[in-house]
Each structure stands twice: as structure tokens, then as C-alpha cells.
Design a protein around this ligand. Sequence first.
Ligand SMILES: Nc1ncnc2c1ncn2[C@@H]1O[C@H](COP(=O)(O)OP(=O)(O)OP(=O)(O)O)[C@@H](O)[C@H]1O
Length: 594
Amino acid sequence: MGSSINYPGYVSKPNQKVAGNPIFPRENVHTKQGTAKSKLSLALQIQKDETDDGVSSLHENSGEEVDSDTDYSSCDEKNEESLRDYKPGGYHPAFRGETYNHGRYILVRKLGWGHFSTVWLARDTVTNAHVAMKVVRSDKVYTEAALDEIKLLRRVSTRNGSVEGFYDASKHILNLLDSFNHSGPNGKHVVMVFEVLGENLLALIKKYEHRGIPVMYVKQIAKQLLLGLDYMHRKCGVIHTDIKPENVLMEVGDVEAIVKMVELLDKQKRDQRKFQRRATKTSIDSPTVTANSSRSSTSASLERSTTRRLRRHTLITGSQPLPSPISSTNFFEMKAQMMGQSLPRPMPPSTKNNVNNVNVSGGEEEQITNSLSSLEISTFTDERTEDEVSRELDVIQIKIADLGNACWYDEHYTNSIQTREYRSPEVILGSEWGCSADIWSAACLIFELLTGDFLFEPDEGHSYTKDDDHIAQMIELLGDIPSRLLNTGRHARTFFNSKGQLRNISKLKYWPLKEVLREKYKFSDEDAHNISDFLLPMLSLDPQGRADAGGMVNHPWLDGTVGLEAVKLSDRKLYESGVDIPGWCQEVAGQPRH
Ligand SMILES: Nc1ncnc2c1ncn2[C@@H]1O[C@H](COP(=O)(O)OP(=O)(O)OP(=O)(O)O)[C@@H](O)[C@H]1O
């Protein structure tokens, strides 16, 4: 759900992004303030494993300790939801093994969280497949927003998208499978059940260290994103209003195989830890241990019991999104492990005794070795050719997620839309807006994928606000704000004087997009030309003239996009504005018809 509305307890998600270099930093900004927000208070108790590499879960009410999971994903942030929000009206204290909807769903691990919800991987005992479950905060305002989201999700659901003979673009939008209520100590929570996806595009941007992701992937993401938006706008009358990398998720491929792989690797780690614990315990009990090892083992044991005591009060589970081949550096190592190539195994007795000065009984060792070797690894035996594997790596599939801020073409819920960096000029100026606002955000997102930097990263200075800076950056990149927006924008007079000049910023440094791509990002002349030819129609300052998603699917820059080579939309014209689409740049007045 979205980030621009002030819901109770609403706080910015910490460290969402490592701020990129702004294209146009103003000279008189003394302190650079990136978008990375300060960390949440130390009261945030993330439950990290007591050793070095895992996350455990202990549910306060159950008192039941659940074995540690290990984070194999590229998500290594320690930022989770705030413990303060576990209160009546807040998050539900979900835990691994908890059942939902009369036992149909069983929680497996936490995938992520947002301001509205925590999201969990769950097993559906009816289909025996895995699903993602979004457990929404129980406060009335979240519940109402969730019910609106469900209506919007139903509208865009796959069932409405597939028409024989036509490209089914609904597959680029997250599919709602089920929804119900769940009661807990903090109230009644709306729960939404989705297909399971992997990490979001921000993980991909980070994986490439904010230097831009390969153009081959950008084209696939761009084409799928535009197809999804075209479907949303033209077929469903839905406006997303919060397109940004965090809200576009990558598919993980064969979900069941990946869940199995991740779980088996977790189990291996747990078994190894158990083995180490037992070994240490044996060393304490054993008369053959040295004085030094006895001291260190005893202190380790004390440390563990302290950690255990602390863990009794821990409620927050660490997020573990499923790894996807493209975003997770260690994905193929994991797969190799599962295929038995470098399976971590307990050390043979002689080495153990030498290295750790401990004694382990032969029976214990055998038991542990058996538990590892009995893992079913045949599922992951890969008999595909190198070409097939390389082709699989070339393909990226994305879905637009988080319709929590979405609205209808004929019913806008608020004018406070879009996350700052992706916010369109009409919204900042307080003019009318519509579906075309999503196109602006999409262009900002595509630029960010290509370069690793925000297209606009406004900052405030001594004499100007973030909005002043944002508008100035737009002018520097794209030219003057059209007079129609100046005349209709409710806030235009805040930023512009009667001569149409910016009130608070006088020195502008014009730097057109094509030059930025060439000079700052070192794209070749040809690439800079093609990319700006693709992006500029979507960055039309006047939403009336902004190109629509369907038309842009047909742009030559997207020709030959891997996996979508043949996809063109014959009923939309390249570069043409979407003014014929109902609700394109204003809310359609009258009785909402959806
Ligand atoms: N279908 C899914 N499969 C896998 N992970 C998911 C899925 N849906 C959501 N997630 C994970 O959960 C996180 C939170 O989801 P989402 O953004 O929908 O929640 P929210 O409470 O509405 O958050 P926000 O504050 O971003 O509006 C996502 O960033 C993602 O990591």
C-alpha cells in the first residue's frame, strides 16, 4: 500500500534506497539530504539469529521456539516494521506455523512488510502450493483501505485479462487469489492471498550497485510494465498512483522448487547449528576438554541462554524474500549446493577433535549425517543444456504490485499521490491528474533502471522547498512548464510569480535528457538518442500530451525485447497521447461507474 497518505502510525520506511547522485544539485544546498531516512528507533527488535547467519522466530504468546531460518536472499537489511505498531489496531503478531482461514493456510516465513501489513509465505493445504499472504493492520482506516484494494485487485485480476487471441497483459499485475478476515490479539485483520513473487526492482538496482542494470533487462521490464499499465488504464479504469521500483516485483520462476530449495538449505544450516551446539555441550561435559576451551564454551553457553531470554520478548521476524535468479548473487551457488556439488557436511571425527577439542559420539554424528543425506535433492537435478540455462537467465518477468494506493478513473480517493521522486508535475502543481500520472512515474523508474540514479531527486535549501527544487529540476531537464498547468494548478502561484518565473529559484542550469545520458552516463550518441526518444514522450510536462502506455509498447527501442519480440499493440499509435482514454488527465465526473 502507499506511502503518501497519512494513516495512523504512518512512518517512512527506513533506508529504502541508497540515494543516487542528483542530476542537478543546487549550489546553495549546504547539507545534502538523500531520501534514505533515519533508522527507526532502537526499540525495533529484529530477531536475528544468535549466531551469525540466520533469523529465528519466537512467538510471544506461544512461547514456542521455532528453528532458525537463514537468509539466502540479497536482502540483508535489518529494517523491519516497528514493534510499537504491534498494538490494538496495528500489525497482527503472526508467526511461523500459524494457521489461517480455518486451517487452510499455514505460515512458512516472512517475505516482507509495508506500512499496512506484514507479508508471509504460506502453504495452502488445499492446493498444496505456496502463496503470499498479506496480513493488514487492523485499524479501521487500514481495513477500509484494504477493502478498496481488494475491489481494485478483483477488477484487474487475470480472469478479466485473458481474451483469446490477444496478449494477456493482466499477467503483469499481481494476482489476488483469496481474501478473508483473521482475528487476533490486536483486532480483526483483512488478509489478502496472492501468488508468490520474489524481490522488488529496488533489490535489482542495488544488486547492480546503482550503476544501472543491463539494458536487455531494462527493455523487458519496461515493456511488461507498459503492457500492465495499458491494461490497467484502458481495460480496467484503474490508476496505480504509486509506480516505483519497490512496487514492481520479479517472478521467481518455479515457486515450489525454489521454496523447497530454500527450506532444505535452511534445514541444513539448522542441522549444522544443532550439531555444533551439541558438540559444544559435549565438550563442556567431557573431562578431556582443555581449560581454555572449557572457558570459551561456558561463556558461549551463557551467551546463548541470555539470547534465549531476550528472544522470549521478540516479536518481529526478519523478512526473507525468495531469491530470484537475476537479483540474487548466490542463487546458482544455492542451486549447486542442492545438486550436491558442495553440500556442507559435518566434519569427520578426526578433524572435529583436532579443531574444536570436542568429543562427539559416533551415533550422534551418524544421525546428523543421515539427516543431511536424506534430503531430497533430486528435484533440483538440472538436465538442461547450457543454452537453455542461459536463456532462462536472459528472461526476467515482472508484476506490478501494491494497489493499496490505486484508485478508479472516475473516483480518486486523494490528490496526495505518488512517492516524491516519481511525482508528476501536475500533482505537485495541484492541477488535475489521471492515468497519465502513472506514465510519468514509469518513465522515472525506467531511467533509474538504466542509470541507477533517480531522474529527479529534489532537496530543500535555505530559500526553497523540495517542491520548488523538483519543479526547477523538471524545467532544467524538459523545458518550461506549459501555461495550461500554470493556469490550472491550485498551487502554481506558490511556485511561480505573475510573469511565470520561479519565485524561489533564479539560476537554472538547463541540461536536456539526451545530453545527460551522453555526458553523465556515457551512453553512446545513438543510445542516448534512442533512449531519450523513448522516454521523452512519457515525460511530457503537460499530461494531456503525454504518450500512453499502449502506444509506447510499440516503440522501436523495445523491438526485439527478449521474450516479447512479437508483442505490438495494433490498436494504439506510437507517441500518441492517451487523451481518448477515460480519466487520462482528470477524474471523470459524475456517479462512479465501476
Ligand atoms: N506476492 C508477493 N510475493 C512475495 N513478496 C511479496 C508479495 N507481496 C508483497 N511482498 C513483499 O512484502 C512487502 C510489502 O508488501 P506491500 O508493499 O504490498 O505492503 P504494504 O503494507 O501495502 O506496504 P507499503 O508501505 O509499501 O504500501 C513488499 O515490499 C514485498 O517485499
